[in-house]
Write a new protein. Structure first.
Length: 334
């Protein structure tokens, strides 16, 4: 974000964020890339967080920070811990893209197992249990009561997901792949009945929450609401499980390894706790895990296709999809 107009950002923040003093401005990039960019901004002696699309990726229909802002705002006053929203700038002319402002939380985001080094078994169990409990609280939020009644279409959510990612696979693939082709074939006829729709985070995992620094057993913020919508709550459960440990599944993200630490709930214990606390039936949880794996694999295949179109070097060997192979094996063992 070297090209960010800091003076324009400072002027907007001072004018629109209550209690923000005028003074020198400093910016630290906390995360970035193709996803929305998170900036820690200090104005005078006050810290805030600014979230915006990367300028190179901003399109009216992509990197929708307005949607993120809406979900963060809706969660205020609920049992779901999130940073408090402080401001919203829909005008892209201020700094080159729309952005919103929220309070800066201080804690630890467990992007990898090193973030939890030294946490004992009791702490691991407490943190993993709280991760489940916060998800249950999220799914208990009444969308209409928090202004989200029109934020998605819960009916037919799974059907649309399967159709969308199957279509994306057919568009992205270089050649037929027997594993992904079979996943696309088996998922559609196996769609289970969905429970009543809820808010769905869409990317709920340990790498997208902040935990308290002193004990590392409590979630103080659920972050990254880019994929949030209304839909089938068990889709979040399946997605969380996909990132749960490294011992019996391919690597996806370093945060997976957190669930390998002592005391963490096993996958079965996580599902049982969610079922007991939410009252939802989890008989078809494997479908949701496999759908999440299919989706992530298709996204990866799409990235390969875009790289080819951009003229980047390509291998003569057909791509392999170990996550899809794992998912298909799990499907057949269900």
């Amino acid at each position: 974000m070297a090209d960010l107009d800091l003076d324009a950002l400072r002027r907007w923040l001072v004018a629109h964020v209550d209690g923000l003093p005028d003074g020198p401005v400093a910016v630290e990039e906390l995360s970035g890339g193709r996803s929305n960019v998170t900036l820690a901004v200090t104005v005078g002696d006050r810290e805030v967080v600014v979230r915006m699309p990367p300028p190179t990726a901003f399109l009216p229909t992509a990197n929708d920070v307005g949607r993120e802002h809406r979900f963060y705002t809706a969660m205020e006053g609920t049992a779901v811990p999130t940073p408090r929203v402080l401001g919203w700038c829909p005008d892209p002319d201020v700094v080159g893209a729309p952005f919103y402002v929220m309070e800066r939380l201080h804690g630890i985001v467990p992007h990898d197992a090193a973030a939890l080094e030294g946490l004992d078994a009791a702490g691991g169990r407490a943190l993993s249990a709280h991760l489940v409990d916060v998800l249950v609280d999220l799914h208990a939020v009444d969308p209409a009561a928090v202004g989200l009644a029109d934020a998605g279409r819960p009916d037919g959510y799974l059907e649309r997901q399967v159709a969308r990612w199957t279509d994306q696979w057919h568009r992205a693939k270089q050649r037929d792949d027997p594993t992904l082709d079979e996943l696309a074939r088996v998922l559609g006829p196996a769609i289970p009945p969905s429970p009543p729709g809820t808010v769905v985070h869409g990317d709920y995992r340990l790498g997208n929450v902040m935990v308290d620094a002193p004990t590392r057993t409590r979630i103080v913020g659920v972050l990254d609401w880019e994929m949030a919508t209304l839909g089938d709550p068990l889709a979040d459960v399946g997605y969380t499980l996909l990132y749960w440990g490294t011992r019996d599944r391919p690597p996806i993200h370093p945060s997976q390894a957190c669930a390998d630490r002592p005391g963490f709930l096993t996958e079965d214990e996580l599902v049982e706790r969610y079922a007991a606390r939410s009252g939802r039936t989890v008989d078809h949880v494997t479908f949701y895990v496999v759908l999440a794996a299919f989706k992530l694999t298709v996204i990866g295949a799409g990235n390969l296709a875009r790289a080819r179109r951009a003229g980047l070097p390509d291998s003569d060997q057909p791509p392999s999809f170990p996550l899809a192979e794992w998912a298909l094996d799990r499907w057949h063992r269900r």
